[in-house]
Design a protein around this ligand. Sequence first.
Ligand code: 5GP
Length: 197
Amino acid sequence: MKGVKEEIERVLISAEEIAQRVRALGEKISRDYGKGGVARDPYRRPLLVVGILKGAMPFLADLIRVIDLPLEYDLMSVSSYRNGTSPGEVRILKDLDRSIAQRDILIVEDIVDTGTTLDHILRLIQARSPASIRICTLIDKPARREVQVPMHYVGFTLPEDVFVVGYGLDYAELYRNLPFIGVLKREIYEEEGIADR
Ligand code: 5GP
């Protein structure tokens, strides 16, 4: 039987590189949100990490386990209306469970491309009066940025405009379970035109 890894043309970021970088991000976040840092009172009002489904799930799971602070996490899912449907709109598919007023929020995203999705999430969260908001993304793809969004913690910056899969990132809902980040073989998505972006 053919394994899913055989559909990958090249590995861009190995599982080991991801683990190393996630650990470094966790250490930085722990320092920044510790006593006297970004959070008002990190021990009595813990950091609230907001993971954006579905792509950020593996990253979120690894990241929270290397943050050495009390924290809560919650999940949010939005649809981002790409591919022709009215741009600049997002619909909430799953909202946060509780109020975030006066909380210190760390948004955890998988990838920021044009910035549209994150910009909308930011507005939604901002409108709920949190004490602070910071953004952590596994991958930043600045090449196609249309909306400027603040970026506080970035795992990896991809200088070229490539479509990547793995470690939570999908193509047609597949490949999220790959332990590394890579590029699919051209024949997999040739018909969809993504290879030409
Ligand atoms: P943006 O709104 O920043 O343009 O797009 C963000 C969303 O587009 C991401 O959450 C992700 O779902 C999708 N996306 C953008 N670039 C890539 C990519 O290289 N690979 C995958 N799998 N998804 C991407």
